[in-house]
Design a protein around this ligand. Sequence first.
Ligand code: GLN
Length: 533
Amino acid sequence: MNTKYIFITGGVASSLGKGIIASSLAKLLQTRGLRVTIQKFDPYINIDPGTLNPYEHGECYVTEDGAETDLDLGHYERFLGVYTSKANNVTTGKIYHTVITKEREGAYLGKTVQIVPHITDEIKRRMLLLGQTGAYDVILTEIGGTVGDMESQPFIEAVRQLQWELPEEDCMSIHLTLIPYLSAAKELKTKPTQHSVQMLQQSGVKPDVIVCRTEHPLTPELRRKIALFCNVRPGHVIQSIDAWSIYQVPLNMHEEHLDELAVRKLQIDNYAQPDLSRWKVFLDRLAHPSREVEIALVGKYVELQDAYKSIREAFVHAGAANDCKVSVRLVHSEKVTPESVETLLAGVDGILVAPGFGERGLEGKICAVRHAREKGIPFLGICLGMQMCVVEFARNVLGWADAASAEVRPDSPHPVICMMEEQKKTTVKGGTMRLGAFACELSPESLAANLYGRTRISERHRHRYEFNSEYLGTFEEAGMKATGHNPDTGLVEVVELPDHPFFIGVQFHPEYKSTPENPHPLFVGLVRAALNR
Ligand code: GLN
């Protein structure tokens, strides 16, 4: 069988959940026994979102091979349980960078370099790249942005060309739109969808299926009307009704026959019916928890839903694993002070101090760590959160009031967190952090080894600073143990307080690898400790 390509575009509004629809369809195809991956094409000019503030674009997700990517790749991995890579996220920036570099090398000598065909050729080359590895039966491609945006036009044009170049049965196009509900008129409105599809068709792309995001069920008449005006078959208009959990969406899409429409259009025979039994076990636990805990998430981006996406999803997975609902109390680190900390963290069963960069909210994170340490509240610090538990310990246990991270106090007399040696040479910001998966060796008796159930692990990183090993002896004597090291460089990756019920700081990002079917042991452990409290 040839590799099959499914393109997913969006219209009417952004944030309709294209990533979730792509992930859900991919999940259904995967559970039918197909090898599936999803890639995202983002129309912005940054090479990657690594240099974007989370306020702009939500969390920056990191892959095994160290790509800083769009957060939708997190959904792809969580739904499919399959790793993505650098090749799974392409931006306009990457496309132009390649084309312009080639132009300077003389690859187009004598020619005018143009959007069509040079930029669109490069887009198409990248769209087909993963398919050429032979590792996948189906590649889903999500086009970021909304149809009609000036910057997404070359991507839509590339899809148009591929629709003609690929055999008809190897290519499918899905358009996701919004059907707004006007409460005054008590009516669902199809006009924005009609216009969006018109715009798509003006660009030469004909959708095979229209997925309508809606708050109320679509009647058969409404579906027929959309089909009529949007030039698709009546059975090919399906609804994506607001779901109680994103993890319910694959089941909803199956009920709407989206996977069946896909295998029929793509002429995939010998397919099984999807086997969603494992997924349903998870969903069932998620829907009917018998207990509840509240965990504080302390960070400076808490006002934005998507800024800590993977952490919040990891709590969902860990909650289900513990038969427990995890309520996350979002605590703004800038608001946490020695005076307010008792009130802001009153009654929480656990505390997670989030990753981050720069000075804003740092003192609040340190206050939160102190509160967790002194009150015996289960604690997990991730990346900057780990670094702040080292600073807190230096200040309040070792008595070094001037201890700090060199990230914000390069001249501190006690730089307990210092810049990694390899980072001192870097002047360029984009893609130069310590990124991606590295091995870590855990001390056999540690809490971490106990939670993972083994001593050799691998986790993903994204940082420039590290625990300053010069101080390691002093920390260990006073009770903070380094229980995880990089086997090659000796870099401290995990710190713990063995005298505390549950206190662990990790330099890496466990949240990136948590999935419904494989909840992360550190999150499962934190929730369990919170329950036991
Ligand atoms: N700012 C810190 C560093 O660069 C932590 C980064 C993070 O939390 N991802 O080391």
